[in-house]
Ligand binder design. Structure first.
Ligand code: S3P
Length: 203
């Protein structure tokens, strides 16, 4: 039960969750947004690495992708329990429906998009991204993965921000606008889509 006097409770502020492909700026833009909102910034890949005591390419190489995905789901579950957070997720997190449901419940989920050529340019050292490291044609690999993942990204997102050609500050500004626009709706639905909410109410 709330201990605040009646009428003085603040509406709960949703977390801000950033999803999207590798190198779309989730961490950089997330940090800027966290500062602007007065939230803490959390990155699921960083948490996974800290808990595992090794880097993501090492986890992929030594344990395999499936074990990485299990670690990722655990990290996201824990992060989703927090409040006043900006959460940056790994590019494959939304391929798991359980992750998506948790992320949508914890806050406003915003998809960052970027053109494949811009992603390739921003990736830099491919060795830190196991899914791109061994690709003979990295641009083709990015395009293929994007094609597979775009429907999942869109289904998971409350809002979409296109970052191609924007500075990180401009992109953060757009994300904050989208967050504020969606936050009100999120409070009414608890993050569920209208369909999910209707299903829940009639269940
Ligand atoms: C992955 C993206 C990476 C990291 C892992 C898998 C993916 O995170 O989680 O290498 O499946 O797209 P970033 O999106 O932060 O690069």
């Amino acid at each position: 039960m709330s201990t605040a006097r009646p009428g003085t409770e603040r509406p709960r502020e949703p977390n801000l969750v950033l999803i999207g492909f590798m190198a779309t700026g989730k961490s950089t833009i997330g940090r800027l947004c966290a500062r602007a909102l007065g939230f803490r910034f959390r990155d699921s890949d960083t948490l996974i690495q800290r808990r595992a005591g090794r880097l993501i390419p090492e986890i992929f190489a030594e344990e395999g992708e499936a074990a990485f995905r299990t670690r990722e789901a655990e990290a996201l579950q824990d992060l989703a329990r927090g409040h006043h957070l900006v959460i940056a997720t790994g590019g494959g997190a939304v391929m798991n429906a359980v992750n998506v449901a948790r992320l949508r419940r914890t806050g406003v989920v915003i998809l960052l998009r970027a053109a494949p050529e811009e992603i390739l340019m921003r990736v830099g050292n491919r060795q830190s991204r196991p899914l791109l490291a061994d690709a003979p044609d990295p641009l083709a690999r990015i395009e293929t993965l994007l094609l597979q993942r775009e429907p999942y990204y869109h289904a998971a997102a409350h809002a979409v921000v296109e970052t191609t050609g924007l500075s990180r500050e401009e992109a953060a500004e757009r994300v904050l606008e989208a967050y504020h626009a969606e936050a009100e709706r999120w409070r009414w639905t608890g993050g569920a889509s209208r369909k999910e909410k209707e299903d829940g109410e009639t269940a």
